[in-house]
Ligand binder design. Structure first.
Ligand code: NAD
Length: 259
């Protein structure tokens, strides 16, 4: 049987670690060629995704810069004949109260977590429209749906990303292109480990205690969401069964926003 995404190319931004790497691997297992991006261990990511099958490319664009994103999309067009599955995943975090929030951090978080998805989407859509098929998956967060203190830029960017998801879904509603968002709760990735480390230092406790405290404060299941669970949800969104799933904000969050 032919793999479901055979002949398609997936671009996953921020895919050298964490959720992006998990989704890139799952899409490769589904038969897609995959373009990796991000600042982490590129060779390790290439090896992991390469083992899953298919062709693997990499572009080191800084998603905080529009000119870099244009170069990334040109690379995808020249080397892979465009992008069929676009996963806007790259994201950064900074934790501080509004009064003390560094302005440069605000600008960087809005650029990487929100504006980058506008640029990749606007540049990917023409080729998707020409083929009348495409999948755009925006990795938002429960923080696209609810807020937490000290995360003003992140919460604002993720709420904005859900808005962009809905507009993209409406503008493509009569086509074979769908656009949806995933809203994970806590997933144990480097981005979250840094918050656990900060908490352990602040409260003078060990890693285990800080990790447990972070989880139970927000996530009723008291369990982390896994990369495999998110990757399977993204894979479903790429399937024909999801043709009429459009503009959704799908929380995978251990019950976080049910409270
Ligand atoms: P991570 O830190 O493991 O991965 C982030 C990736 O983005 C890395 O590959 C990094 O190199 C890349 N990146 C960072 N800045 C970049 C830039 N300027 N240009 C290009 N690449 C850049 O984090 P993660 O937890 O896997 O997060 C991935 C996405 O999932 C983010 O959008 C994050 O907001 C979202 N998310 C994470 C969680 C969680 O609990 N981990 C929860 C909800 C949402």
């Amino acid at each position: 049987m032919t793999a479901p995404l055979h002949g398609k190319t997936a671009l996953v931004t921020g895919s050298t670690s964490g959720i992006g790497l998990g989704i890139a691997t799952a899409l490769a297992e589904q038969g897609a060629s995959v373009i990796l991006n991000g600042f982490g261990d590129v060779d390790a990511a290439r090896t992991i995704v390469g083992r899953a099958g298919g062709r693997v490319g990499y572009h080191g664009a800084d998603l905080g810069r529009a000119d870099h994103i244009a170069a990334l999309m040109s690379y995808a067009a020249a080397e892979f004949d465009g992008v069929d599955v676009l996963v806007n995943n790259a994201g950064i975090q900074h934790v501080a109260s509004i009064e003390t929030f560094p302005v440069d951090k605000w600008d960087a978080i809005l650029a990487v977590n929100l504006t980058a998805a506008f640029h990749t989407t606007r540049l990917a859509l023409p080729a998707m429209r020409a083929r009348n098929w495409g999948r755009i998956i925006n990795i938002a967060s429960v923080h696209g749906l609810v807020a937490s203190i000290h995360k003003a830029a992140y919460v604002a960017a993720k709420h904005g990303l859900l808005g962009l998801t809905k507009v993209t879904a409406l503008e493509t509603a009569r086509t074979g292109i769908t656009c949806n968002a995933l809203c994970p709760g806590w997933v144990l990735t480097p981005l979250v480990q840094r918050q656990i480390d900060d908490r352990a230092a602040r409260e003078g406790v060990g890693d285990d205690v800080a990790r447990e405290a972070l989880l139970v404060e927000k996530q009723p299941s008291a369990d982390f969401v896994t990369l495999e669970q998110l990757a399977a949800t993204a894979t479903f969104l790429c399937s024909d069964a999801a043709n009429q799933v459009r503009g959704a904000a799908w929380n995978v969050d251990g019950g976080w926003i049910a409270q």
